[in-house]
Write a protein that binds this ligand. Structure first.
Ligand SMILES: Cc1cc2nc3c(=O)[nH]c(=O)nc-3n(C[C@H](O)[C@H](O)[C@H](O)COP(=O)(O)OP(=O)(O)OC[C@H]3O[C@@H](n4cnc5c(N)ncnc54)[C@H](O)[C@@H]3O)c2cc1C
Length: 453
């Protein structure tokens, strides 16, 4: 059956006379940002409104998986049934100036959301490396930025509107349904289709951003101090350089200036060239990279928050990120650097190191613990799995929890052991989706759901 005829069947069977309810059926093939995950669903739809979405949930071929911007590296969105885009559930619905609250469509792209909030004097407290994801996608995998006192996006949640597995609209507020919000704050797309959220923001602000390089050994010796010295601090370790590229941002009252040209992609291209041409001479590679990095110009500018955090990531990669107890971060990073430089010299992408505040969301990798996040990347055209498998065993020794949207090999039995409120979260999930409409084979393995449709 073609996607077109599937869509027409669905509409005819349920809402006579409302053929526009599902306004279009998008070409079925789907792939994620890196191209590693592909799917051939029977249908891809972008419902116009709650009624159309409810109809899809009730009648479209399962499993139903909600897609954000497809920037996850794990097969969370993959479905051979129906992939649903909530791009039409987008925009700022309302805001409260004094309380700094905003109700927004969960399909809103984070970059668009940032501009909308800036326009009404509000701001996201923090952002990740890019702003291309849907806000609902960010909630789906506990997407985060860096900052010792700054939480992931889901810590901003005050209320959620969703369509459950039976097609009914539900509303939950933190004040009255705190447990449900905590159960599904990091949702994995398994707690219904989130259509709108109310988020608590902060007042619009400017950031003073600095970038400089430092010997990684010094950074690791003073890890706590270095990562706590700024509102937001993070660094990239450049393989074979011995140096860390430090990034720090602090609130500023200064005049906004011009953000320097984003040279991240050029730098990655240079690292790849050095790997390709002199990878067999590690001493030369080390020397050239070390010299080039020591000469990188420092950055120092003031800009509005939304123009500071995100960058472009044009060079495609696959990624694994583990969230470790903060105290284990420096030790784990030393082991990962040794692993990369001794056994996987083909890897040229920098290792990213961030910190995240503890929170109360049951499936959040930051649940009740201050975290050091270590992310490793591998060229999207090359096989990432051997390096990632070797790194994963190190991350696990240090008590790591995987980023839900980045490659890992954990299954329900492993995850249950590292999430104290796992069973409670699963109970809430069953209540929201009793017939497992949102459960794909991957989600079933991840969450330990048997007999899923
Ligand atoms: C270049 C790049 C940079 C990145 N940088 C960062 C970073 O700085 N920090 C970080 O933490 N992560 C980062 N990531 C990972 C990325 O933020 C997460 O994987 C995020 O979930 C992707 O958002 P998305 O909109 O693409 O969601 P998708 O990948 O499309 O979906 C993610 C999950 O959310 C669910 N979902 C999406 N929308 C909804 C909804 N409305 N209702 C219910 N479920 C929904 C999906 O079903 C799925 O389970 C990066 C990824 C890439 C490719």
């Amino acid at each position: 059956m073609t996607s077109k005829s599937s869509s027409q069947t669905l509409i005819a069977a349920n809402q006579p006379g409302q053929a526009n309810a599902v306004s279009e059926t998008i070409k079925p093939k789907w792939q994620n940002w890196s191209g590693f995950v592909t799917a051939n669903p029977q249908m891809r739809v972008a419902p116009d409104d709650l009624d159309a979405l409810a109809m899809v949930v009730k009648n479209a071929p399962g499993p139903i998986r909600i897609a954000g911007a497809g920037h996850s590296f794990t097969p969370l969105v993959k479905s051979e049934g129906t992939i649903v885009s909530l791009e039409k559930f987008s925009g700022l619905k309302s805001h409260q100036t004094e309380e700094l609250l905003a109700r927004v469509g969960a399909g809103t792209q984070i970059g668009t959301l940032a501009k909308l909030l800036h326009g009404v004097g509000q701001a996201l407290p923090n952002m990740g490396d890019i702003d291309r994801q849907a806000f609902g996608g960010g909630l789906g995998t506990a997407t985060h930025g860096s900052g010792i006192k700054l939480g992931a996006y889901h810590t901003q949640l005050e209320a959620i509107q969703l369509v459950d597995g039976l097609g009914a609209v539900r509303e939950y507020a933190k004040k009255t349904d705190g447990d449900v919000i905590n159960a599904m704050g990091a949702s994995l797309g398994a707690f219904g289709a989130i259509t709108e959220v109310t988020i608590r923001n902060v007042a619009d602000y400017k950031l003073h951003r600095r970038r400089w390089t430092a010997p990684v050994a010094e950074v690791l010796d003073q890890f706590e101090q270095v990562m706590s010295a700024h509102r937001s601090a993070e660094f990239f370790y450049i393989p074979f350089s011995g140096r860390a590229l430090m990034l720090a941002s602090d609130i500023s009252e200064g005049e906004p200036g011009v953000r320097p040209h984003d040279s991240d992609d050029d730098a990655v291209a240079t690292l790849k060239t050095l790997r390709n041409y002199i990878g067999w001479f590690p001493w030369l590679r080390r020397r050239l990279i070390g010299t080039a990095i020591a000469k990188l110009p420092d950055e120092d500018y003031v800009e509005h928050w939304l123009n500071v955090y995100p960058s472009d990531r044009k060079t495609k990669f696959n990624e694994m990120e583990y969230h470790l107890p903060f105290e284990e971060g420096a030790k784990a990073l030393r082991d990962i650097i040794t692993l990369l430089e001794t056994r996987f010299p083909e890897v040229y992408f920098p290792i990213e190191v961030r910190v995240v505040a503890a929170d109360d969301v049951w499936l959040s990798p930051f649940y009740k613990r201050r975290t050091c996040s270590i992310a490793i990347h591998h060229d999207a055209a090359e096989d990432p799995l051997p390096f990632f498998a070797a790194a994963e065993s190190i991350f696990r020794i240090y008590g790591g929890r995987p980023h839900w949207g980045k490659m890992h090999n954990l299954k329900a039995k492993d995850l249950k052991g590292i999430y104290p409120r796992w069973d409670d979260a699963m109970e809430v999930r069953r209540d929201i989706d009793p017939q497992n409409r949102f459960v794909s084979p991957y989600v079933a393995r991840l969450l330990g759901i048997e007999n899923a449709g």
